[in-house]
Design a protein around this ligand. Structure first.
Ligand code: ADP
Ligand code: MG
Length: 284
C-alpha cells in the first residue's frame, strides 16, 4: 500500500540530516510504528509522507503513485493528526469539526458524535483556544478520523494524555485498524508501539536501525529464560532457569511439584531494552 524508499531530509543550516535513507513498506490494513526518542526524525518522516515537506532524496509511493499524481483525492482518503495541534482557536471545538468536515467531498462522521468519542462532548461549545494541550490533541485526532480515512497518520497520538484518555484513543486506533485503515504512527512510548503495531521501526538520529513485529524483536533480543520466585523455608528466593537445558527443566519441575512457586516470568526483552541495545540510548 505505502512504500517509502531511501528517504533523506536535511533542514537548512542543520548540522546533520534529520532523516537518512529511511526505507519501509506498510501493508494495507496494517499499523506501522516509528519508535524513537525526541528528535529522532519521526515527525519529519510523517511530514514528508503527507507532502508537507518535499523529499530531498528518495520517494513515497501510495499503490505505486506519488502524492502529486493522486491530486485532490488524496485529501479525501487520508487523516492526519499532528504532534503540535493546529486548531482554529476562535472557533469552538464543534465549529472546528464542522468547518473541517465541509472541506471533504466524502461523507464524514457527525461532529457531535466525534467529540463524544474522544471525550470532548462537554467542551464542544468552548473556544478551542481555551482547550488544554491534551484537549486540542484530541480535537485534532477526532478531525483525523472524521472522513473514515483509508490511510491514517498519527504523530504521538497519546503523548501527554492521562491513562484513561490515552486508553480511549488507543481503542479508537484499534477500531480504525479493524475498519480497514492503514496506519502510520509515531511514538516514544514502547507500550503503545508494542500493543498497536504490526511492525515497529526503531529510529535514532534519522536512521532506522531495525524493523520487525514487536514479537519477533522481543524474541530475537530476549533471553529464552523464566524467572521463578519460590518460597524456601518461608523466605522468597529467585532463580533464572533456561528450559532448553535439561537440568534447568528438572529444577523447574521440582519447584512446581513442591508447590512453592509464587511467580514465573518469561524473560523476553522490552522494546526499550532492545532500543538501548541497538542505539546505546533510551527512549526518554
Ligand atoms: P521527532 O519527531 O522524532 O522528535 P523531528 O522529526 O521533529 O523528530 O526532528 C528531527 C530533527 O530535525 C531534530 O534534530 C530536530 O531538531 C530537527 N528539526 C525538526 N524540525 C526542524 C525545523 N523546522 N528546522 C530545523 N530543524 C528541525
Ligand atoms: Mg515528533
Amino acid at each position: 500500500m505505502i512504500r517509502v524508499e531511501d528517504l533523506t531530509f536535511h533542514y537548512p543550516r542543520a548540522a546533520a540530516p534529520a532523516v537518512r535513507e529511511a526505507s519501509f513498506e506498510i501493508g494495507r490494513g496494517r499499523i506501522f510504528g516509528f519508535l524513537g526518542p525526541s528528535g529522532a526524525g519521526k515527525s519529519t518522516v510523517q511530514n514528508i509522507m503527507i507532502g508537507l515537506l518535499p523529499a530531498q532524496k528518495g520517494k513515497v509511493l501510495y499503490d505505486n503513485k506519488k502524492i502529486v499524481e493522486l491530486g485532490k483525492s488524496f485529501f479525501n482518503r487520508v487523516g492526519v493528526s499532528f504532534e503540535h495541534p493546529n486548531v482554529y482557536e476562535k472557533l469552538t471545538g464543534l465549529e472546528n469539526l464542522k468547518y473541517y468536515g465541509g472541506l471533504f467531498s466524502v461523507p464524514t462522521i457527525n461532529p457531535e458524535r466525534l467529540l463524544e468519542m474522544v471525550g470532548l462532548a462537554d467542551a464542544g461549545r468552548k473556544w478551542a483556544g481555551q482547550y488544554s494541550k491534551g484537549m486540542k490533541q484530541r480535537l485534532v485526532f477526532a478531525r483525523a478520523i472524521m472522513n473514515r480515512p483509508e490511510i491514517l497518520f498519527l504523530d504521538e497520538p497519546t503523548s501527554g494524555l492521562d491513562p484513561t484518555t490515552a486508553r480511549k484513543i488507543l481503542n479508537i486506533i484499534i477500531a480504525e485498524k479493524n475498519r480497514g485503515a492503514t496506519i502510520f504512527l509515531t511514538t516514544h512510548n514502547m507500550l503503545v508501539a508494542d500493543e498497536l503495531c504490526d511492525t515497529v521501526a526503531f529510529i535514532n538520529e534519522g536512521q532506522i536501525v531495525n524493523q520487525d513485529s514487536p514479537r519477533n524483536l522481543k524474541l530475537q533480543y530476549g533471553q529464552k529464560a523464566v524467572k521463578v520466585e519460590y518460597r524456601n523455608n518461608g523466605k522468597v528466593e529467585t532463580v533464572l532457569l533456561f528450559p532448553e537445558k535439561p537440568e534447568d527443566r528438572d529444577q523447574l519441575n521440582h519447584l512446581m511439584e513442591q508447590r512453592k512457586v509464587e511467580t514465573m516470568h518469561s524473560q523476553e526483552a522490552t522494546l526499550e531494552q532492545i532500543f538501548i541495545k541497538l542505539t546505546g540510548r533510551g527512549l526518554a
